[in-house]
Design a protein around this ligand. Structure first.
Ligand code: DAT
Ligand code: MG
Length: 174
């Protein structure tokens, strides 16, 4: 395989990316990787979703701020949301993380997304515009957290059909 493995990646355009009107720029920049988008939706992350997403960082001093950040509490309405995307293709993780740039915007290549648009907040938190999964195991965990199988155009991980009784659902009135 040697880096040519087909991978999936969860990308989140974080609330600062939305507030700075960077959605189009970011998607254009990520398209340089020549991957396929196989899922996309706007999500208002619940506290549980945000904490589960960043659970490896639970012991970091910036964890509470990080949860506020990803939920949009630091950016206010109408930015309390993220654009969640799933990309698929050869070597997708490395390609997208290179375009995204280093975690710390000060260390990031100036032409990367984080280098060009990220900043360090007064609290010390890195406000770095996008999230990209870091490895295939994390990507699978994150994609399964943010998306249901039917929301992705391809069968990327095994799924099963079940019949759910007494499940409340919201449907259009007409
Ligand atoms: P990445 O998003 O590059 O995978 P990560 O998973 O280590 O980085 O951290 C998740 C987010 O937490 C990161 O995008 C910004 C914030 N963060 C990480 N390390 C930080 C630090 N040392 N100081 C402030 N914010 C940090
Ligand atoms: Mg990470």
């Amino acid at each position: 395989m040697n880096g040519k493995e087909v991978q999936q990646v969860l990308v989140l355009i974080k609330p600062d990316g939305l507030k700075k009107s960077l959605t189009g720029n970011i998607i254009t920049k990520l398209s340089e990787a020549k991957l396929t988008i196989i899922g996309a939706k706007v999500v208002k992350p619940s506290r549980d979703l945000a904490e589960e997403h960043y659970k490896q960082l639970k012991n970091q001093i910036f964890f509470d701020n990080l949860i506020k950040y990803i939920r949009g509490d630091l950016h206010g309405e109408p930015y309390k949301r993220v654009l969640a995307l799933v990309y698929k293709g050869e070597d997708a993780i490395k390609k997208l993380r290179t375009i995204a740039g280093a975690t710390n915007p000060e260390d990031a290549d100036p032409v990367s997304i984080r280098g060009a648009y990220g900043r360090i907040m007064r609290s010390g938190l890195f406000e770095n515009v996008i999230h990209c999964s870091s490895d295939p195991i994390e990507a699978e965990r994150e994609i399964k957290l943010w998306f249901q199988p039917d929301e992705i155009t391809e069968e990327i991980y095994p799924s099963k059909k079940i019949i759910q009784k007494n499940i409340q659902a919201k449907v259009w009135e007409k």
